[in-house]
Write a protein that binds this ligand. Sequence first.
Ligand SMILES: Cc1cc2c(cc1C)N(C[C@H](O)[C@H](O)[C@H](O)COP(=O)(O)O)c1[nH]c(=O)[nH]c(=O)c1N2
Length: 247
Amino acid sequence: MTETESARQPEIALSDEDRRGLYRTILSRRDVRGQFLSDPVPDEVLARVLVAAHYAPSVGFMQPWSFILVRSPEVRARVKAAFEAANAEAAALFPDDQAASYRALKLEGILDAPLNLCITCDRDRAGPVVLGRTHMPEMDLYSTVCAVENLWLAARAEGLGVGWVSIIEPARLQDILGLPDRVVPVAYLCLGKVSHFLAKPELASKGWRQRLALSDLVAMDRWGGDAPDPELARALDDAQAWAEAGG
Ligand SMILES: Cc1cc2c(cc1C)N(C[C@H](O)[C@H](O)[C@H](O)COP(=O)(O)O)c1[nH]c(=O)[nH]c(=O)c1N2
């Protein structure tokens, strides 16, 4: 089969402005828990961020995701109760010196955000044998996470905050949302307009954990292999300094 001109995209790199916009979106995306406004998310905007999620890559083009929009106060109250139960268990797992700061963190916006959204993975969406999943069975879950990140970035570009809540027993979420066994609740998200976006991750500004140096995370050829050569190491440090300055 020959490739026709119309089968190609007209450009390879994006324009400088588009590229800057992409990096700005990536660098300014935040996990939002405490800055939600109650205004509803307009349908057209919601549709666009869901399209962004749906255009994520997926193993074997499986598109295993579905999107459960949770507006019902009753359903959200049940999810919030599931969070409270899991969060109490989680707090008890940290050593004493960390447990108090853990309890002081706000780790969800389930009732504050006007919309909650569960992104699920249907592990049977494309039958039992899926191109690309034959030897790495978790690839459909990873594909669903790609959809989550696409949505998160598109939401940031639209001025919408997203907060991921994973401190919930999955079996309870499964029950509350009526998910069949083959469907995994990959991400429970809170979504809505925000008063502002924080400049830094909240866990960093509250002293829980700081961003690592990228250059320490890059090794040559094998785990624990040589550090990158000095030119690449400098480029990595410069790029991270650029990101820290806001891009
Ligand atoms: C898979 C997964 C699961 C969770 C999160 C993220 C991801 C990727 N994060 C958000 C997390 O704390 C946050 O991404 C980091 O602290 C970095 O901050 P920014 O996302 O850059 O603002 C998160 N935050 C929170 O308050 N409660 C939670 O349960 C979770 N769960």
